[in-house]
Design a protein around this ligand. Structure first.
Ligand code: C5P
Length: 234
């Protein structure tokens, strides 16, 4: 697909988990033409993250608003409709059936794609049990993926280690976006279940999200280019 690692690959979303919009803007400038897709999350949301997403769209970037909506259906529907105004490409909601259906209604025929967060990657079987869910993470992930497909959301967020099983049961154009991506031998930080960029894509991810390995690197652009090289022509 692509031979030159210096050419941006839209499948790499860089998570702008940074303290303020100025820092995010500076990071986008530093990464320059190496990165074309960005994720804006809850840290920037209260500081003008949605408006910053508009600014990125004007620069020709792909924008993923990782706001993880979870509320009563009517509220999720209205919030999603408001978010369509921002012109972003992707929005996350939690993967309960009512929330997913409301988000699908709210996005209407806008270009916004709805991504369902199956089970947060910070949770394990014990945490689910403590919350009153008597499934394993794997069972709950697969259950929610089937519901997501039935309801008509566009894709799911999952651990890279779940991508392979998910890919087997979803339509070809269904998006699977995986955080928890690390270079071989890289520092895992608080990520428990990790894969390399190439392995995540090989196992069925359509896109990967990488944050700190790029944004906290001494040379963020070089770190991004290293990841693009790892993806190679895959
Ligand atoms: O770890 P990294 O900085 O690459 O994280 C990128 C994204 O992965 C974060 O924006 C967050 O949404 C997600 N994440 C996760 N599980 C963790 C930590 C972060 O899914 N334990």
């Amino acid at each position: 697909m692509r031979a030159d690692p210096k050419i941006a690959d839209p499948r790499l979303y860089v998570a702008l988990d940074l303290p303020d919009i100025e820092a995010a803007r500076a990071m986008v400038e530093t990464l320059g033409d190496a990165v074309v897709s960005y994720k804006i999350g809850l840290q920037l949301l209260p500081l003008g993250g949605t408006e910053f997403g508009r600014e990125l769209k004007r620069m020709g970037k792909n924008v993923f608003l990782d706001f993880k909506l979870h509320d009563i259906g009517a509220t999720v529907e209205k919030a999603t409709r408001s978010i369509t105004e921002a012109g972003a490409d992707l929005l996350t909601v939690h993967a309960t059936p009512d929330v997913m259906a409301a988000a699908v209604d709210g996005r209407g025929d806008s270009g916004l794609k709805i991504m369902a967060v199956t089970v947060l990657t910070s949770l394990d079987d014990t945490s689910l049990y403590d919350m009153g869910y008597f499934n394993t993470v794997e069972e709950l992930v697969m259950h929610r993926v089937r519901q997501a497909v039935d309801i008509g959301v566009d894709g799911v967020i999952s651990s890279p280690l779940e991508a392979k099983n998910i890919r087997k049961i979803v339509p070809n154009n269904f998006l699977i976006i995986t955080p928890g991506v690390r270079m071989p031998g890289g520092d895992k930080g608080d990520q428990k279940r990790v894969a390399t960029p190439k392995d995540a894509l090989r196992d069925g991810a359509s896109h990967i999200v990488v944050g700190r390995p790029i944004t906290q690197a001494d040379d963020p652009k070089a770190a991004a280019i290293e990841i693009l090289a790892n993806i190679g022509n895959y």
